[in-house]
Design a binder for this molecule. Structure first.
Ligand code: GDP
Length: 185
C-alpha cells in the first residue's frame, strides 16, 4: 500500500498582540520568506504546511494554522477560532515588554476557549533585532530569555525564541508543539 501523504492533521492557532509578528511567522513557515513591510490590514489568515517530526519512524503532520489576521485589536476573536485547536503559539516581541505582559491575557483567553488539552508554546519573536547583523544596529532586549523561560515553566508552556525575519527557530516551534500534541495522543 502507498504510504499516506500525512499521518495527522492538526489545527494550530497563533495569538499575541498586534505587530509581534504572527503573520510573519506563518508566512515564514509556509512560504520560507519574510516581508519587511506587510500590509497590516491584510493579515494572513490561514496557512497549511507539511512538517516531518523526527524519530525512528518519520511522522508527517499536516499543520493547518490560523492567524488572527489583524482582529486582535478589536477583541473580536471568536470561539470558532479556538475550537478544535491542538496547538497554540503565544507570540510576543523580545523588544517589547508590553507584548510579553499581554501573553497572560492571551493565555487566559486560550484556556477559557480552547480545548483543555491544547499544547502551547511561548514564542519570543524578533530575536534578530537584539543580535544586530545584516547592517542593523542591535536593539535593546526588553524581555530576558530567563524571565520568559521561568514564566513558561510556571504555566506549563513550551518555550523558544525565534525570528520570522531570519527563519531561526520558526519551524522548530511548530515541530515541538506538534510533538507535544502527539505525545498526548
Ligand atoms: P502581526 O500583527 O502579529 O501579525 O505582525 P506582522 O507579522 O504583521 O509583523 C509586524 C511587523 O514586524 C512587520 O513590519 C514585520 O515585518 C515585523 N516583523 C515580524 N517578525 C519579525 C522578525 O522576526 N524580525 C524583525 N526584525 N521584524 C519582524
Amino acid at each position: 500500500m502507498a504510504s499516506p501523504a500525512w499521518h495527522y492533521v492538526l489545527k494550530f492557532i497563533i495569538t499575541g498582540d498586534a505587530a509581534v509578528g504572527k503573520s510573519s511567522l506563518l508566512v515564514r513557515l509556509t512560504d520560507q520568506r519574510f516581508l519587511a513591510n506587510p500590509d497590516p490590514t491584510l493579515g494572513v489568515e490561514f496557512g497549511s504546511k507539511l512538517i516531518t517530526l523526527p524519530g525512528p519512524e518519520a511522522t508527517i503532520v499536516k499543520l493547518q494554522c490560523w492567524d488572527t489576521a489583524g482582529t486582535e485589536s478589536f477583541r473580536s476573536i471568536t470561539r470558532s477560532y479556538y475550537r478544535g485547536a491542538a496547538g497554540c503559539l503565544l507570540v510576543y516581541d523580545v523588544t517589547s515588554r508590553r507584548s510579553f505582559d499581554s501573553v497572560r491575557t492571551w493565555l487566559a483567553d486560550v484556556r477559557a476557549h480552547a480545548d483543555a488539552h491544547v499544547s502551547c508554546i511561548l514564542v519570543g519573536n524578533k530575536v534578530d533585532l537584539v543580535s544586530g547583523g545584516e547592517g542593523q544596529e542591535p536593539r535593546e532586549r526588553a524581555v530576558p530569555t530567563e524571565v520568559a523561560e521561568q514564566f513558561a515553566k510556571e504555566e506549563g508552556l513550551l518555550f523558544t525564541e525565534a525570528s520570522a525575519r531570519s527563519g531561526e527557530g520558526v519551524e522548530e516551534a511548530f515541530v515541538r508543539a506538534a510533538q507535544e500534541v502527539l505525545g498526548k495522543v
